[in-house]
Design a protein around this ligand. Structure first.
Ligand code: BEZ
Length: 213
């Protein structure tokens, strides 16, 4: 298992999922992706998480993001549990869940942290851009459900940097002013950011969020 770091290519794999076999890179295609693990099927926190992700599909689609979940349970377990998620979370699971019984993908992505649990995956999240590069890695403990609004916020920030040459300041929310990335020369700001900018310091240049009307 190699350490995966930001900027690395997301390792490819093939896997059985609740929606059929996938080759991860082929499945991603030109989309951004989220690969996230949860400890086990038929567990309470995971049930709420997967239901929440299903309800956020329109938000992920809007951002050209495909989502795939993973646990070390098998396909039969996934299919039974999906029925429970649909029933209890009032939704329809609309993304694949990898059945990683042989732990091939969990080990490839270092999702098992033996001092937390020797057999089950922790709550890992990998955000992968449309060039298959890893852009975000976060790890939550089994007992804490993830904040998927925060995940959308980070994806918005990553896409602003990728497409608009801005970064986002502390506690940034959609609509707030952004930071012009240091690689942009101050002389180039007026043409690149026609909405205007404020030079607080030579290294701190703020501009209105560029992708809003
Ligand atoms: C859960 O997945 O629901 C869970 C796992 C470990 C501790 C508490 C909750």
């Amino acid at each position: 298992m190699a350490t995966i770091r930001l900027g690395d290519e997301a390792p490819n794999f093939t896997a059985e999922t609740s929606e059929g076999k996938i080759d991860f890179h082929d499945w991603l295609g030109d989309s951004w992706g989220i690969l996230f693990s949860h400890p086990a099927d038929y567990t309470p926190v995971c049930t709420t998480e997967l239901g929440t992700v299903a309800k956020y599909k329109a938000e992920f689609d809007k951002r050209n993001v495909k989502v795939v979940a993973l646990s070390v349970d098998g396909l039969e377990s996934h299919h039974g549990w999906i029925k429970d998620i649909n029933e209890t979370q009032n939704t329809i699971v609309n993304f694949p869940i990898i059945a990683d019984e042989d732990k091939k993908v969990s080990e490839l992505y270092d999702m098992i942290h033996p001092n937390a649990d020797s057999n089950l995956t922790v709550r890992s999240v990998f955000v992968i851009d449309n060039n298959k590069k890893v852009k975000l890695i976060i790890t939550y403990p089994a007992s804490t459900g993830r904040n998927f609004d925060e995940l959308l916020r980070v994806i918005d920030s990553l896409q602003l940097t990728a497409y608009h040459k801005v970064a986002t300041p502390a506690n940034w929310q959609n609509g707030d002013d952004c930071v012009v990335v240091p690689a942009v020369a101050t002389a180039d700001i007026p043409s690149l950011f026609p909405k205007g900018h404020k030079e607080v310091k030579p290294y701190l240049r703020m501009t209105p969020q560029p992708n809003l009307d």
